[in-house]
Design a protein around this ligand. Structure first.
Ligand code: BTN
Length: 299
């Protein structure tokens, strides 16, 4: 190896040690050399960046073995870091979901936060959510031919089970977004059988019967986000978000700060609102937690 690369044995050894500290299992044998014990899918910034075809998203990409929450790390650097910085971790000790719920983040998932600095007013920020949820849905459909739908506002489901959650956190001046941190939790190669049943979770591995390459998926998602982000204010993006919705036409219950509301989801407005027919009144909901209720006779 040393003569092939034109470096000393000590230099090879140093690089092997560096890979081992990153988590690669490398066997060594006197006179034979080194051997990778198994194919790894570790989140390695060099490997992800090598195959990344984006222009600006993920150009600063930081991978960690363990953090409390990638959103917290991203928020702490958001002011100084460049637009499009990405934070990834193998595990999170205090992963957060919407409404401050805990988000289970064992090894094998994709726990990733994007720092975005769009030049938009706060009232257009919901478009970032639209762009990201459409981009991740596109990626999952394209890579694995899965039937993925968006549950309002931005959970990704496969046959009613959640495979991805998105948590956007924003800092804004009077009327202008300073930065947005968009956290993606994707149940990739994880076992969700121990998760509470009410979470109705699934994973890509469970759906496909085999592991996915997290690196390929991350590269694809970043490329798609870059594209949808550029066109986030377009009618096409809104229409695609609406078309990919699995909430439209469903009986739903929305829980929000102002209380509960049940009815039929009859439309998704261009401003991201869910339009509900409840006891013959039409109501618009801009934020809240949505549960799909079973229609009478549905199992
Ligand atoms: C939800 O559906 O409630 C949103 C879940 C978002 C989870 C992701 S995992 C990466 C990032 N870091 C966090 O602490 N949360 C988000």
């Amino acid at each position: 190896m040393a003569s092939c690369m034109g470096i000393s044995r000590a230099a090879v050894w140093k690089q092997i040690q560096r890979l081992r500290t990153k988590g690669y299992e490398i066997e060594s044998s006197t006179r034979k050399g080194y051997r990778l014990a198994r194919i790894h899918d570790l989140l390695d910034a060099d490997i992800i960046c090598e195959g990344l075809r984006t222009k600006w998203l993920g150009k600063d990409l930081r991978c960690f073995k363990e953090v409390c929450s990638t959103n917290d790390v991203a928020r702490s650097i958001a002011r100084e870091c460049q637009n499009g910085t990405v934070v990834l971790a193998e595990t999170q000790t205090r992963g957060r979901g919407r409404l401050s719920r805990p988000w289970a983040s064992p090894p094998g998932g994709i726990w990733m936060s994007l720092v975005l600095k769009p030049k938009i007013s706060l009232d257009r920020a919901y478009r970032i959510n639209m762009a990201v949820s459409v981009a991740v849905t596109r990626s999952l459909c394209a890579l694995y031919d899965l039937d993925v739908g968006i549950k309002w506002p931005n959970d990704l489901l496969i046959e009613g089970r959640k495979v991805c959650g998105i948590l956007m956190e924003i800092s804004a001046e009077v009327d202008c977004v300073d930065w947005a941190v968009v956290g993606l939790g994707i149940n990739a190669n994880i076992d969700v059988s121990g998760f509470p049943v009410e979470w109705r979770s699934t994973s890509l591995r469970q759906e496909l019967g085999q592991e996915v390459s997290r690196i390929d998926l991350i590269q694809k998602i970043l490329l798609e986000v870059e594209e949808t982000y550029q066109s986030m204010h377009s009618k096409d993006l809104y229409e695609e978000w609406r078309r990919r919705s699995v909430t439209l036409g469903k009986q739903v219950r929305i829980t929000s700060a102002t209380g509960d509301l049940s009815g039929e989801a009859i439309d998704l407005a261009e401003d991201g609102a869910l339009v509900i027919r409840a006891e013959d009144k039409i109501k618009r909901v801009l934020a809240g937690d949505c549960i799909h209720l079973r229609a009478p006779g549905e199992t």
